[in-house]
Write a protein that binds this ligand. Sequence first.
Ligand SMILES: [Fe+2]
Length: 272
Amino acid sequence: MSSLSLKEIFSAGMIEVEKPEEISRERLANLLNKYSFAVIRGIIDPNIIRQAKQKLKSIYNPDNDSPATGEHPSQIMDNFQKLSIGGAEHSGVYRPRCMRTFYNPIWANDIYGMREAFIKAAKVRNIIYGFEIDYAVDKVDNGFWTAARIHSYPLGGGFLVSHIDDIVPVVQRASGISQYFQPVIIMSKKGKGTDCDFESGGGFFELENTRYYYEEEAELGDLLIYSGHTAHGVADIDLHKTFDNRHPEGRYAGFVTLYKEFTRKRELDNYI
Ligand SMILES: [Fe+2]
């Protein structure tokens, strides 16, 4: 099978609905099994994303950064900011990155206005996993909770090395979907137009030896789903610009990982 273009794979994998409850699990499973990719459009209002980025930038303070490791597990169950630079070898997996994480659980103060978006994305995640739609969304269920958070990859070198998720998924599929997937909330576009936060690099996944920079095609609020079993990462963000920790500009993305604290070797920083 010859490789599809980015436009073609977006077209093939697109599900347009207004609410998570309208998603056909069977259709979604078919798309993920066939293309290792799907995109759900229409659930999250792009204006929510625009406003959240504005809010985040207005209250951003680099002095709030915690180090790349060493936090107590309970700290990330509340609003918490940390800067991760380095190989992350402490986590048991060497995975170089330069990124900032704004943990913002659904029960914490809604300081970015993302609560509604996170709840919807977590419901989509539960549909992927074949769980009850409200499972562990705004509460802890069987030790699992929704690690809602925003990742920021700064201009001038933000990146996450290309990798394959080697962590055994903490959840068993009950939905007929055979691989490890988690939805990504698209919060940035790539290019020079409206809603574009960066010009070069960006989030990518690889299928059949083709690398897809999905922010060239995605819209704000899209829920992007690709297989963790294919190579993915974030290519250097705007290396032609000077990195400046005083400013929060860069590429943003949202996550609603279903997480359970097992051991420090499986810390949340590797569920990316
Ligand atoms: Fe990953």
